[in-house]
Write a protein that binds this ligand. Structure first.
Ligand code: C5P
Length: 404
């Protein structure tokens, strides 16, 4: 992976590791990047701006306001393919997490819509402080990519976590992140998310515990990586990122219609929705009266959208990739793999992501998932990770299946 043709903004904030920014500029430019350096006033105490200007071949940007009424952070952020913050001090992480924008660095990262890589550097106490931990969690949950910090001798004379990762390592991660940012370019991706609601009467329905988060993370990851994404979503309270076309549905039948209308144009279909398997065979037009006693509800099967897509090749684009999910009460990875493989074959999918819904930290209504991804090429045990990280692993698998 290289940074050929990529425009990278390197934000240097004020820690002793700022002296390594010179090597980082060299590593980024050696990889082909056009590097623009932004420095905070405290960074300038550790390294001269002239050094970084000379190495990058461009003047260093440091002021929030230009002389001619221009707005440097907007200009910089809009044209960037990647922002790298290195070293990122505890203060820099805190400002990023809170969205504070009182200098050129923080206003630039707040304006940027491209991927962001941060390489923290600080004393161990600051790194381990609950405030920093929370800020890092916030940034990770937003998709910021963290490199390091490494453990080793610190400028204070102590040894521990807090050392900025080496410039070559940061440049490699930057290249991987920038490369991944486009690996679904020009692809149409159709994702379903959330549970369906099958009405009993105008106020009651049969539903399930799906929050929609997993599917929305997959849609967001595909969009970040350049795809044109359509999300067919059952009712959800999870915010859907900008830039994704959303089709709201309620029932399995509505989801089926929305999916089949768009399936033929899609290069990738990911069925992350928890579709109700049954619905009531009748739907009262008026609210059923409690006084009339409990109703007898006869359940009938809903359409299995995934199985239908798998069994109807004409419904999909030739060469497209079909991915399904399997929610299983099964914590043992090897058993999950067996169940996933069985489902992959019976439903005609290219890959199945099987997740364990038996424990509190995996499956419904939580931000983490324990999953395996099974395709014709074998099984990958992703383990217990955030749904965002699982989404990245699923999209990696999709890219490799498209390439194959
Ligand atoms: O058979 P099971 O419900 O375990 O399969 C789960 C997978 O099938 C998921 O990808 C889900 O979106 C899909 N599915 C579907 N239509 C249904 C039920 C499940 O597309 N009626």
């Amino acid at each position: 992976m290289s940074l050929q043709g990529k425009r990278v903004i390197l934000c240097v904030t004020g820690g002793i590791a700022a002296y390594k920014a010179a090597f980082l500029v060299r590593a980024l430019t050696a990889s082909g990047a056009d590097v623009r350096v932004v420095m905070t006033p405290s960074a300038e105490r550790f390294i001269g701006s002239q050094t970084l200007a000379t190495l990058s071949g461009h003047p260093v940007a440091r002021a929030l306001f230009g002389d001619g009424g221009d707005v440097p952070h907007v200009e910089l952020a809009r044209t960037a393919d990647l922002v790298v913050v290195a070293p990122a001090t505890a203060n820099a992480l805190a400002k990023m997490a809170l969205g504070i924008s009182d200098d050129l660095f923080s206003a630039t990262v707040l304006t940027a819509h491209c991927p962001i890589v941060v390489a923290p550097a600080m004393h161990t106490e600051m790194w381990e402080h609950p405030a920093t931990r929370a800020n890092v969690e916030t940034l990770l949950a937003r998709g910021v990519r963290l490199v390091g910090p490494a453990s080793g001798p610190l400028s204070s004379g102590d040894t521990g976590p807090g050392r900025m990762s080496e410039p070559d390592e940061i440049a490699d991660v930057a290249a991987a992140v920038a490369g991944a940012a486009n690996d679904l370019a020009a692809k149409q991706v159709l994702v379903t998310a959330g549970g369906t609601q099958e009405p009993i009467d105008p106020v009651r329905f049969i539903g399930n515990r799906s929050s929609g988060l997993m599917g929305i993370e997959i849609a967001a990851e595909a969009a970040r990586r350049g795809a044109k994404v359509t999300l067919v979503a059952g009712p959800t309270n999870v915010a859907i990122p900008r830039g994704i076309d959303v089709v709201k549905v309620r029932t399995a039948e509505e989801m089926r219609s929305a999916v089949f209308e768009r399936a033929a144009a899609a290069d990738v279909i990911v069925k992350a929705a928890a579709v109700a398997d049954w619905r009531s065979d009748s739907h009262a037009g008026e609210k059923l009266k409690k006084a009339a006693g409990p109703p007898e509800i006869k359940l009938v099967a809903t359409p299995d959208i995934l199985a239908e897509l798998g069994a109807t090749p004409g419904a999909r684009k030739p060469g497209s990739v079909l991915v399904g999910f399997a929610a299983e009460t099964e914590p043992r990875p090897e058993k999950l793999v067996e169940l996933a493989e069985e489902k992959r074959v019976t439903k005609g999918a290219d890959a199945i992501v099987a997740n364990d819904v038996s424990s509190d930290d995996s499956g419904f209504e939580v931000a983490t998932n324990r999953a395996v991804i099974v395709s014709g090429g074998g099984a990958e045990d992703v383990g217990l990770v955030t749904k965002k990280a699982l989404a990245a692993a699923v999209v990696d698998k999709i890219v490799s299946l498209l390439d194959a």
